[in-house]
Design a protein around this ligand. Sequence first.
Ligand SMILES: *[C@@H]1O[C@H](CO)[C@@H](O)[C@H](O)[C@H]1NC(C)=O
Ligand SMILES: *[C@@H]1O[C@H](CO)[C@@H](O)[C@H](O)[C@H]1NC(C)=O
Ligand SMILES: *[C@@H]1O[C@H](CO)[C@@H](O)[C@H](O)[C@H]1NC(C)=O
Ligand SMILES: [Zn+2]
Length: 444
Amino acid sequence: MCWKSFKITNWIVLYFGLVGLFRHVECAENKYDNYTLIKIYPTGIQQIEALKYLEEPEHQVEILKKSRSFNDSTDILVSPNDIPFVKEFIKNESLNYELKRNYGRTFESVERTPKRRILRGFSFYEYHSFPAIQEYLDNLAKRQPDLVKLQNLGTSYQGRRMKLVKISSDHNAQNPIIFVDAGIHAREWVAPAMALYLIHRLVNDPDARKELDGVDWYILPVVNPDGYEYTRTSRANRLWRKTRSKNSQFECFGVDGNRNYGFKWAVSGVSTNPCDKETYAGPKPFSEVETQMVRNIMMENSKRMKLYVSLHSYGQYLVYPWGYTGEYLPKEWKKLDTMARIVSDAVQKAGGQPFKVLSAGKWYAAAGGSDDFAYGAVGVPYSYTMELTSGFEFIYPERLLRTVLPQYYEGFRAFAAQIKKEFCLKYIGQRCKINSQEESGTNS
Ligand SMILES: *[C@@H]1O[C@H](CO)[C@@H](O)[C@H](O)[C@H]1NC(C)=O
Ligand SMILES: *[C@@H]1O[C@H](CO)[C@@H](O)[C@H](O)[C@H]1NC(C)=O
Ligand SMILES: *[C@@H]1O[C@H](CO)[C@@H](O)[C@H](O)[C@H]1NC(C)=O
Ligand SMILES: [Zn+2]
């Protein structure tokens, strides 16, 4: 029964001066083992409306992803007890659906021995622990100090040291900034993996000079390290989404970081219940130290920041503001839409799936997202949420990273080319002379 659910923990034991490495093997309880994943494909407005019924908290279904177009699935996880209710609902509404039983048994075992990493080096096609990621970045900055600088941001709620990775061929050039973050949602492992792959290519690929000249890249690969590590502690915690801050009033943990930003905070699509596992917006805007860090990076660099991309999974969407409302779009939405389609085409040309491009709030509004904050409060002219991959939900297999990460990288190259085209009037060496309206009147 337990053949696939070993939890392997490494204990380093200091014993009379001897260091021993022991493997502690136990049979992890995974509450999702017997859950069923149901993918529902709405084919009309009426069915989209009907699906909102499942969102009511008393129904106990966990919604992994909501549909953003007809025939795009709403994915829900249903416990054995709730299956009869959901089946009846599906029948009543004549919904198309697919299901996968015993969903939790498909989760990959999360912990592995550090030995494997030491022997084989840091692979970009694996999911790493947060300490391993930090170690990699520290070494990279040491090896390539001209190209890579790390900025200390302070510590996460649980005390993990966070560092912003700045990559530039000329750190004094004051180039336009592309800011990429990942992993605000703990379970979306493919997002930090993509951020690390992006760092790797920009630093180690000689052809990436083109992407570096005239643009500074700021990358924060794991915004929510406490949540990320929590999803790695056991298969039972693999689907955790929020931060790990403790609510003082209730015995509940965590805030949805992507509902916590201070622009139109909590006006739509959030939960006000601290025990809600998905979309609790927090006690106030920027209650979380991790979202404060991202806010500070944006505010401190607001003049130069021209593009913000927040990496998430899943669904293969590239969405832009507004997220808080579906009723109207920003005045400049066409520019946001056009750039997104250029990026999608580049990914497709590299053999990847195209993105579904639309405004984030078009199908379901959700306020307090980082993309709306960057665009609406900071004034970053291009702001996106990129939902990587489709199929496999949050459990995207490591073996496929080798294929998809290079495809997405082509999307980032297209982003950089567009930003340079729009914002660099001309070049002086590697420096881009910014072509922006705010600066056109000054002589700096
Ligand atoms: C799943 O179902 C099996 C068989 O009914 C049962 O033995 C097991 O305890 C269940 N697992 C969980 C995590 O509920
Ligand atoms: C949705 O899928 C069904 C069945 O595959 C198809 O008949 C229908 O045309 C699709 N609708 C849209 C809007 O794509
Ligand atoms: C399904 O429809 C029947 C008849 O209208 C109704 O009594 C029942 O509550 C519905 N069930 C669900 C789960 O929506
Ligand atoms: Zn997410």
